[in-house]
Design a protein around this ligand. Structure first.
Ligand code: EPU
Length: 342
């Protein structure tokens, strides 16, 4: 097992924050991961995946285990259904492209989401009308206390909007080693329901013309995301920095008296969700830059690092935005990105 000391994590978090790790190891097989967990048994470790949903506020004092397990295996086929097990360190988008190449349907709307497969269940990644939970079958984990291996089912994971058991009662309890998805093999099925209700997808598909295919939907999503969201390889970011707030319907009805154009999505009879991007945009922050930290100019929900911003500088911008939105609309917007201060 190789341990690197004072190792820079700049290349390993999509925000590009130059935090250091005191001790860093990167297991690429289940065996190596178990060895690392055994080595650090009884110590708090910091588990790193694709680094796409976190803001590093300081250097990391805990030993960092960078989970880089690789492998994709079809474990079961039943008619047009395929169970496919993907090791945690596989890149999410590359896995989606693998599915497109093999005509496996279910994840096309989730194209180009940064990060690794192993961390995708934690926040139940979602985009364009689809969430991870829609095709999730199970995941394998190792309990960090007992080192016992377990399989968690869909029900066990308690998925919600950008939420799961891994953010609540199982926070810090497990390392996810693989995720199994239940996909449809379109070579054996031709009545698959494409998920194209999301307005922007419809428009983009119209432009691409012809019949719907999952490959076209994937291309449409890639186009939309490229036009709105910054590429983390060029400008550091973590996608949506904030969650879309859910508010009481009565508060919404009061707000439309003064802000009649406020967009909303119905959640249930008593609640609506308001796009945080709109609230931030209307509060005047879109495209605003404070040193190397700022708010993206095409999507106000995304905070960006133009080069050498520190995590704390990004956090200051976030807090500034939260205060302004609260002041203007009386709505608190919570961070979606995990703030890491270990
Ligand atoms: N809007 C603005 N100004 C902005 C941004 C958005 O007015 O700067 C308005 C838009 O015009 C639209 C509404 O806000 O009316 C919603 O915007 P959009 O459709 O772009 O989606 P979103 O709610 O901002 C969510 C997810 C994204 C996901 C998209 C597409 C959250 C927090 N974010 O964004 O997820 O890609 O829907 O499904 O739920 C991510 O999690 O990293 C992410 C990018």
């Amino acid at each position: 097992m190789e341990i690197k000391h004072h190792f820079s994590l700049k290349e390993h978090n999509t925000f590009g924050i130059a935090a250091l790790s005191k001790a860093y190891t990167a297991p690429s097989s289940l065996q190596q991961l178990k060895e690392a967990l055994g080595y650090y048994y009884n110590q708090d470790v910091f588990l790193l995946g694709g680094g796409s949903n976190m803001l590093l506020l300081n250097d990391i004092e805990k030993p960092v285990i960078h989970v880089l397990l690789k492998g994709i295996t079809i474990t079961e086929t039943n008619g047009d259904l395929v169970l496919i097990q993907v090791m945690a360190g596989e890149d999410w988008h590359e896995f989606v492209l693998y599915c497109m190449d093999n005509n496996l349907a279910g994840l096309e709307n989730l194209s180009l989401i940064p990060g690794n497969v192993g961390t995708s269940p934690i926040q139940n990644i979602g985009a364009y009308g689809v969430e991870l939970k829609d095709t999730f079958y199970s995941c394998d984990v190792i309990d960090l206390k007992t080192l016992e291996e377990k399989t968690l089912s869909l029900a066990d994971c308690q998925f919600g909007y950008r939420d799961s058991i891994f953010k609540n009662e199982a926070l810090g309890k497990y390392v996810i080693t693989s995720v199994t998805f239940k996909l449809q093999n379109l070579n054996k099925n031709n009545d698959y329901q494409f998920k194209t209700s999301y307005g922007a997808i419809k428009e983009e598909l119209h432009r691409l013309q012809g019949n719907f295919t999952i490959q076209k939907i994937s291309q449409a999503v890639i186009q939309i995301r490229k036009s709105k969201l910054p590429d983390p390889k060029k400008i550091g970011n973590s996608g949506s920095f904030f969650k879309n707030p859910v508010i009481e319907r009565t508060q919404y009805e009061n707000l439309i008296k003064t802000h009649p154009d406020i967009p909303f999505y119905k959640v249930d009879e008593g609640h609506v969700k308001i796009p945080a991007g709109w609230l931030i945009d209307q509060s005047g922050f879109k495209g605003k830059r404070f040193g190397d930290a700022g708010v993206h100019d095409k999507q106000a929900l995304v905070l960006v690092n133009y080069g050498s911003a520190t995590g704390k500088e990004i956090l200051e911008v976030a807090q500034h935005v939260q205060k302004a939105v609260y002041h203007r609309y009386g709505i608190r917007i919570d961070t979606e990105v995990n703030l890491i201060d270990e």
